[in-house]
Design a protein around this ligand. Structure first.
Ligand SMILES: *Cc1c(COP(=O)(O)O)cnc(C)c1O
Length: 378
């Protein structure tokens, strides 16, 4: 049986989440915007319950939650929405500040905005993959409109120093957006307490369904809608709300927070077992700081083997990835930012453990890597 160790590309949907979604596909089919009849009000109540679950899980208020199709859309709404609102208000600030190791769903809209008159300042990371708050402080010139820094990296799992980053942004009066697609439901994350102004998340990274996510927006942060139509979500994102998916997102996030600590403790121990087993093979080194890092992530580089051949052998028995699932084909810009060569990046393995991962899966992964390395190193 194939061991699935790619939970940072996507997680399985929790069966309890599937059950919570079930009645909302056909039994309760009404449009939540149909306020003129009881079925419509029932659907609207389900959406509001989910909004409350999402807000509670992230230390926010229900009114901050805008449901989207996922974190890609949430990032686009945050960045383009803040930029366009600045244009509309004649706000002279234009510069966008972010980090080289962000997800493409953040970097691509930033580059789009750069082509449309919003200068982009991408800050480097240190050898461990972390942003130095002092470098951010130096980049916070008076023309900065928005700062965007991810909570947890999708490839190497490192956690950025969000509290220090948020304090800096606040002191300069610059709003902070956080792509929390890999962090929400996995690490403690309280938006109001941290001082985060905008936060993106995705259902399928936290044991919920694919095709749903949210952008949380603190009051007072101007975000121009990017999808226009029927005025849903308080005019912030038009289109009929995907009731079953939104119900699933709320349920998944509540459940992910409920077992977060126990899950992190169990997966952290399995991850350490994996690390020990891999390091015993020899010529295998961890990429990215080991702490602070998601408990369920390990990214390693295997020295002296061809990356394509390595991954061809591994995929017989384990499902892992060489970089982000979203940038297959091109070498990882994250590993490049940490100084890995093209060949080293290709011979890297991202392990993403999850709820269903067992000790047997870990043993299988260690054995698979050991056998592949033996074969390739001759
Ligand atoms: C997966 C991911 C996204 C994209 O989320 P979708 O919901 O799949 O669009 C964005 N940012 C990060 C950090 C991710 O891991």
């Amino acid at each position: 049986m194939l061991a699935y160790l790619d939970h940072q590309a996507s997680t399985p949907c929790d069966p309890a989440v599937l059950a919570a979604m079930a009645p909302w596909w056909s039994e309760h089919c009404a449009n939540p915007s149909s306020r003129g009849h009881r079925p419509g009000l029932t659907a609207a109540a389900a959406v509001e319950r989910a909004r409350g679950q999402v807000a509670a899980a992230l230390g926010a208020e229900p009114g901050w939650v805008v449901f989207t199709s996922g974190a890609t859309e949430a990032n686009n709404l945050a960045l383009k929405g803040v930029a366009e609102a600045a244009l509309e208000r004649g706000q002279p600030r234009r510069t966008l500040v972010s980090v080289t190791t962000e997800h493409r769903a953040l970097l691509d809209p930033l580059r789009y905005l750069e082509r449309h008159g919003f200068p982009l300042r991408l800050l480097p990371v240190d050898g461990g993959g972390l942003l130095d708050p002092a470098a951010l402080e130096a980049a916070l010139t008076p023309d900065v409109l928005l700062v965007s820094v991810m909570a947890a990296n999708n490839e190497i799992g490192v956690l950025q120093p969000l509290a220090a980053i948020a304090r800096l942004c606040r002191s300069r009066g610059v709003p902070l957006h956080v792509d929390a697609a890999q962090a929400a439901g996995h690490i403690p994350l309280a938006m109001a307490e941290l001082g985060v102004d905008l936060l993106s998340l995705s259902g399928h990274k936290l044991y919920g369904p694919k095709g749903v996510g949210a952008l949380l927006v603190r009051p007072g942060v101007a975000v121009a809608a990017q999808i226009h139509g029927g005025g849903q979500e308080e005019g912030r994102r038009a289109g009929t709300v995907a009731v079953p998916l939104v119900v699933g997102l709320g349920e998944a996030l509540e459940r992910a927070v409920a077992d977060r600590e126990a899950r992190a403790a169990r997966l952290g121990a399995l991850r350490d077992q994996l690390r020990g087993g891999l390091e015993a093979i020899g010529g295998i080194s961890v990429t990215g700081a080991m702490a602070p890092r998601l408990a369920h992530n390990l990214n390693v580089t295997v020295a002296g083997v061809d990356g394509a051949a390595l991954h061809r052998l591994l995929r017989r028995s384990i499902a892992v990835s060489s970089g982000s699932a979203c940038s297959q084909g091109s070498p990882s810009h994250v590993l490049a930012a940490l100084g890995r060569s093209r060949a080293e990046a290709a011979a890297s393995i991202r392990f993403g453990l999850g709820r269903g991962t067992t000790g047997a899966d870990i043993e299988r992964a260690i054995a698979a890597v050991a056998a592949a390395v033996r074969e390739l190193r001759g």
